[in-house]
Design a protein around this ligand. Structure first.
Ligand code: URA
Length: 218
């Protein structure tokens, strides 16, 4: 199931426009905050698909019937570019448990690359709802790898994959590789192309570098 949030008019478009805009991107604080704001929107939209139970709360004037989230949530993300969107999700799912996956691209001389998985730090996920976020879904390889790493921690009730900008190829790859009935894909925008180094076009550039600065491979 694909939820393309960019199909409807909402403030999401303004945040994604700022994230993409090379003149606004030069402010890393604003870039991170915009990724976080998109994470907050994803949290609200995904919350509509979750399980709730009735409860009573006492107000100063009486008793109110309220609905409380009953699903147990695990938020997972891939270091380091995923941290701001993860924070946005955590702002709303404030009681969620958290999983961090360390993985990175290793380029060969010919420009091809493999994703190298290093470590996952997180709780058991049996019967819980996992929300895995990655700002950019390019080839889909790191999302699939992160998903598989999470499955080493148990059998989730459902997995929501949330990506701000996705390529068509990335969506096709995750659709082929993830189990359809237990996975939902949430995207803010879908772009047509990938460069030879698997960057999304027009995309936004390198989300990790824009949020946290460039890194050296030494
Ligand atoms: N990661 C990024 O930061 N940008 C892309 O375009 C693809 C992957």
């Amino acid at each position: 199931m694909i939820h393309h949030l960019g199909d409807q008019n909402s403030l999401l478009h303004s945040f994604i426009a700022e994230i993409r805009d090379e003149q606004i991107q030069v402010d890393p604080l604003r870039f991170r905050r915009n990724l976080e704001r998109v994470g907050e929107i994803f949290a609200y939209e995904i919350s509509k698909e979750l399980a709730y139970a009735d409860k009573e709360v006492k107000t100063p004037l009486g008793t109110a019937e309220v609905q409380m989230l009953t699903d147990e949530i695990v938020l997972g993300t891939i270091l380091r570019a995923g941290l701001p969107i993860h924070q946005g999700l955590l702002n709303y799912f404030d009681r969620a448990e958290n999983a961090f996956i360390s993985a990175y691209r290793v380029y060969e001389k010919d420009g091809t690359f493999n994703i190298r998985f290093e470590h996952i730090s997180g709780p058991r996920i049996d019967d819980k709802v996992v929300i895995l976020s990655d700002p950019m879904l390019a080839t889909g390889a790191s999302a699939v790898l992160a998903y598989e790493a999470l499955l080493g921690k148990g059998k989730p009730k459902h997995v929501h994959l949330a990506c701000i900008i996705a390529s068509k190829e990335g969506i096709e790859n995750v659709r082929r590789k993830l189990p359809i009935h237990k996975t939902s894909i949430w995207v803010g925008a879908i772009d047509d192309e990938l460069t030879s180094k698997a960057y999304i076009v027009p995309g936004l550039g390198d989300a990790g570098d824009l949020a946290f600065g460039s890194k050296s491979d030494d």
